[in-house]
Write a protein that binds this ligand. Structure first.
Ligand code: ATP
Length: 458
């Protein structure tokens, strides 16, 4: 097993063991491509979302946050091109019926293919490379031809006849909610162009082979921004946005050596430019984390045509009406969560033992402070520790109390979930009102007066 695969196994196991991520419907044997966030996971996820929201709404000029309904008018997915073209090339193994996504299998053998190619184009490439592609399940090389498989998930919302003629789809991508509210934002917030709309929303995709833990799931969450600019005033803004997104990853503690840019070779017909930020994922290597796309006026033009509504923007400065161009950023929060944990995962030696530690940026850590009484069976220590715990919790809500096992074990547990500081109450505390503060990354300990504790921890 390579080091990178080994790391993935360790992360999956830590995520389960420490209450970050559970397999969806686990007691029924699981449901492929669905995961649940446990108590530590939901805190980390919320912190990631908050960091993203801070950077993309609060710290920006002229960006508006929204949260649109998941279900949308059936015409939305026609206008967006999802009904006609949101598909992946699927082939089936004739020996064991396993399904493969042909573009991804081709990529593994160094052949560039993607979902934008026609069935014919992809089959040509597939046929040329069949000898190099084995079934991941049985190892044989006997596949059907590739067929385009639509990824949209249908629902029967509001359909009481069950004829399913015009199904309401679950969102294939979250960003459509932004386009649908473009006119509302213009009418109610009167933004001056250029301006942005930001949203975090769920999406559902009938992925052919969900895999690699949170990397490819069937239910996912996307954090998107759409920046509306004057036609042809896209270039400079696009470069700025690219830089801004790169810098944001660094600001949440992702190591730059694990990030890289990849430009799309095969652009969809309407796009001007498209880049991905890739992350060096465990077991996968570099793969897409976030897409940053220059989409021209395509999305609003499509919705204008299909809805019959005027979605042009009146530019007072220019005294002109036009359809703005859109610069999009879209990151999957599951992939980001995996990147954050993977980047923070370290094994080192401490006190003569190997320890596992998540060196999370403190703003992302699910628990900020853990408070311990040195001994569990000394009521006076426990009472004092409880008092200190309650005092800290008032100021820092993500504080936990732990009196399980010996102090060494408690430190290890907190290291594994990335708690930046541990506070221990011992017999000296009762005498001089000082406590020990232990720092996660170095294991260093310092003695601190309780009165100064909050300001030091903060
Ligand atoms: P891929 O080529 O890997 O299927 P994509 O190009 O279809 O991804 P987009 O439609 O651009 O992805 O979606 C934007 C972001 O949403 C991606 O960069 C990724 O982070 C995330 N994403 C897309 N599909 C999934 C999925 N099935 N599971 C988890 N995250 C996903």
């Amino acid at each position: 097993m390579s080091k990178n695969e080994d790391k993935m196994e360790k992360i999956v196991s830590l995520a389960k063991r420490r209450g970050f991520i559970y397999q969806g419907s686990e007691i029924y044997g699981g449901l492929a491509g669905i995961y649940d966030f446990g108590p530590r996971g939901v805190e980390l996820l919320n912190n990631i979302k908050q960091a993203w929201w801070n950077a993309n709404v609060y710290d920006k000029e002229n960006y508006f946050g929204i949260d649109s309904g998941m279900f949308k008018h059936p015409k939305v997915w026609e206008a967006s091109g999802h009904i006609g073209g949101f598909s992946d090339p699927l082939a089936e193994c004739k020996e064991c019926n396993a399904r493969i996504r042909v573009d991804k299998e081709l990529a593994k053998v160094g052949v560039t293919a993607d979902e934008k190619m026609s069935e014919e184009e992809i089959n040509k490439l597939f046929d040329e490379n069949r000898n190099n592609i084995s079934c991941p399940k049985c190892g044989k090389k006997n596949f059907t031809e590739a067929k385009a498989f639509n990824l949209l998930v249908k629902s029967n919302l509001g359909d009481f006849t069950s004829d399913g003629e015009e199904p309401v789809y679950l969102p294939g991508e979250a960003c459509q909610g932004i386009y649908l509210n473009f006119k509302n934002i213009v009418d109610t917030m009167q933004p001056k162009i250029p301006f942005g709309i930001a949203q975090i929303g769920k999406a559902f995709r009938n992925e052919i082979s969900p895999r690699s833990f949170l990397f490819r799931t069937r239910e996912l969450e996307q954090a998107d921004t759409q920046y509306f600019v004057r036609p042809d005033e896209n270039k400079e803004a696009y470069e700025k946005i690219k830089q801004d997104r790169w810098d944001w990853y660094k600001s949440i503690g992702i190591k730059e050596e694990n990030l890289r840019w990849k430009q799309h070779e095969n652009l969809v017909f309407y796009a001007k430019d498209a880049w991905d930020i890739e992350y060096n994922f465990p077991s996968l290597g570099f793969d897409e984390l976030e897409g940053i796309h220059d989409r021209t006026d395509y999305d609003l033009t499509q919705h204008m045509e299909f809805s019959g509504q005027d979605l042009r923007y009146f530019d007072q400065e220019k005294n002109e009406k036009y359809i703005p161009w859109i610069l999009e950023t879209s990151v999957g929060l599951g992939r980001l969560f995996l990147a954050v944990i993977s980047d923070a995962y370290h094994e080192d030696e401490m006190d003569g033992e190997t320890r596992v530690v998540l060196k999370l940026d403190p703003k992302l850590a699910p628990i900020k402070v853990a408070v311990f009484p040195l001994l569990k069976n000394k009521p006076e220590l426990v009472a004092k520790a409880q008092e200190v715990y309650k005092m800290i919790k008032k100021e820092i809500p993500q504080t936990s109390f732990d009196d399980n096992g010996n102090i060494g074990k408690r430190y290890r547990r907190q290291d594994e979930i990335g708690t930046p500081k541990c506070v221990t109450i011992d017999f000296d505390t009762l005498e001089d009102n000082t406590v020990t503060v232990r720092h996660r990354d170095t294991g260093e300990q310092e003695r601190v007066v309780i009165d100064e504790l909050i300001s030091i921890l903060k």
